[in-house]
Design a protein around this ligand. Structure first.
Ligand SMILES: Nc1ncnc2c1ncn2[C@@H]1O[C@H](COP(=O)(O)OP(=O)(O)O)[C@@H](O)[C@H]1O
Ligand SMILES: [Mg+2]
Length: 300
């Protein structure tokens, strides 16, 4: 069952086409990393899914039903902009107000449940204004989680977080996903996204450029040997003849060999050509590199 299925979605603001025939499929239980340049239509798509703005055309289905269906809408938790919190109120009292707005039953138990989920149970009596950015982001997620929605839509929730804040956020989202919640998350921080996402969608100009699972990304991101010598161009040519594809990474000055082991490349260079290798490691193409390459491809 797919949590989200979008066909031919369009949204224009006056003459501006923000979403332009978008297709998207998010399986139930996925952590779906939604990626694209600024202005590519991520936030607009998320708002459309949540019914915060009306679409111009196309179809959005959540669990097979129209996304405007009342029952379906009650299953969405959303954090798109910072939650409207009162700075002088405590975290607990802000949560109480939100729970009252939603008309939740058993609100104290529900607030305790979500604060525990976002690792904020020890900070309920803090004033909102004294919370760190990481805590505020987690309060936003706690707001979105009230009522136990099956789909969580998060727009750039890890921007500006420090390493510890990112780690906690990763743990929270992974926990939620293990409990069956589907998470749609947009982010620019691809290195973080890569640690948790099970699926990806890459959007450009309001259209889906590529959708894939983490396994498919993994298969598309080869491992390679990265090495340095004092004659880079000569060594690269030799390695390419011997082992197939070998590139020079312009940023690091390393040679990348894609189909050989570190041991074989170093032995071959030194044994047959007397070229010494000064540094060598094995690595893997990251989501970030994959994405940058994909963006270049489209522009050529
Ligand atoms: N309310 C709006 N009025 C006019 N243009 C908008 C509005 N919201 C978004 N846009 C435009 O739509 C495009 C997509 O924006 P957005 O969905 O925010 O992109 P992203 O979240 O990927 O950065 C951008 O060109 C943006 O300027
Ligand atoms: Mg955005």
């Amino acid at each position: 069952m797919n949590a989200i299925e979008i066909r031919n979605l369009t949204k224009h603001f006056g003459a501006k086409q923000a979403v332009n025939g978008l297709t998207m499929t998010v399986p139930q239980g996925a952590i779906y990393g939604f990626i694209g340049e600024n202005g590519s239509g991520k936030s607009t798509t998320e708002k459309l899914i949540c019914g915060l703005i009306p679409k111009s055309g196309g179809e959005i289905k959540l669990w097979g039903k129209d996304h405007r269906d009342q029952e379906v809408r009650s299953q969405i938790g959303v954090l798109i902009e910072a939650p409207g919190c009162f700075p002088n109120y405590t975290v607990w009292n802000n949560m109480k107000l939100q729970a009252a707005n939603l008309g939740l039953k058993n609100e104290n138990a529900e607030i305790r449940r979500v604060l525990r989920l976002v690792r904020m149970d020890g900070a309920a009596s803090n004033k909102y204004k004294n919370c760190s950015l990481g805590m505020k982001q987690r309060i936003g997620i706690a707001f979105a989680l009230l009522g136990n929605p099956q789909l969580l839509v998060l727009d750039e929730p890890i921007n500006g977080l420090d390493a510890d804040g990112m780690r906690i956020m990763r743990e929270i989202l992974t926990d939620l996903s293990h409990c069956g919640t589907t998470v749609l998350i947009s982010s620019h921080i691809l290195g973080e996204l890569e640690k948790i996402a099970t699926h990806y969608g890459i959007i450009r100009g309001g259209k889906m450029l590529r959708e894939m699972t983490a396994e498919e990304l993994n298969a598309d991101c080869p491992t390679y040997v990265a090495l340095k010598t004092d004659d880079t161009e000569k060594a690269r040519a030799i390695l390419e003849r011997a082992f197939g594809r070998a590139d020079i990474d312009e940023q690091t000055g390393e040679i990348r060999v894609y189909h050989a082991s570190a041991e074989d490349t170093a032995k071959y260079l030194f044994g047959n050509f007397g070229i010494a290798v000064s540094e060598i490691r094995t690595a893997k193409i990251s989501l970030e590199e994959y994405y940058i390459d994909l963006m270049k491809e489209g522009k050529e």
